[in-house]
Ligand binder design. Sequence first.
Ligand code: HSE
Length: 318
Amino acid sequence: MSHDLREIAVYAPASVSNFGPGFDCFGLALERPGDTVSARLADVPGVRVESIEGLCDGIPLDSDRNTASVAAAAVWSSVEDPPAPGLILRIHKGVPPGSGLGSSGASAAAGAAVAGHLYQELTSRSIDDRVIFEAALDGEAVAAGTRHADNVAPSLFGDFVIVRRGEPTQFARFHPKLECWIAVVKPDISISTREAREVLPETVPLSDAVTNWSNSATLVLGLLQGDAELVKESLHDSIVEPRRAKLIPGFDDAREAALGAGALACGVSGSGPTLFALATEESVAKAAARSITKVFRVGGLDSWIEVSPISPLGARRV
Ligand code: HSE
């Protein structure tokens, strides 16, 4: 049997997880960069990765280890009467791997979403968002070891996301009332999430926990109410970032430089080494990015930068 092999593509954006005090709970979708996954039907069972292009250093073609193909396969195996036994994927990576920008989560989100869109288009049947979300979490787990939702949920659904622990994982999302421009600057070093989690303490002082709880709550309130001053005061992490900052040469100076350029806040994106800076104007976010870059340059490090608003869309067909 041969199929009319029409190919469709889905773009899923990068994400900034943790975002100050919300370790493993907060995440927001950037408009750019992002990963694009294209899918077409295959006559043989399973999901095969045909090609990976772009920022793809170290990304496995092996479909059992690639987050996009694992996520797509999870969708394909959970739907009724798929229109073909398998899928063939082509992946374009725009999100640098090992950056702290949810690279594996963006691919997982795009892989799950493209399989879902192809199925819905060819069968005219709908798929629940929950199926796509769980499939994307399966994909993320092959790279991260756990089913972290703080990158996958914003990449898939967009906006600012608060992940609630539990089984199944739940989350709430909203689009901030505050105009947000996010600069992301990745110095030319790599830190694995595993390494970045190994420096974290098993227990934390109650006073630090209280600081993070209150900052988390007022940060969300500030974003919802469009209160820039409250966001600025609240976007601090007393627990995780102080430990991880030591892994990023020049972090303190870079943060100071971003704040000096007018950013409301600056911190580590996800598990790093990328820094994010938040501003309410694009020009200020760009100035913050340049200031951070200069600090890294003095330390002998080149940087990769992007400046983006928060994406209200998440994964979408392109
Ligand atoms: N929240 C995670 C961390 C990022 O900071 O380790 C990976 O989802």
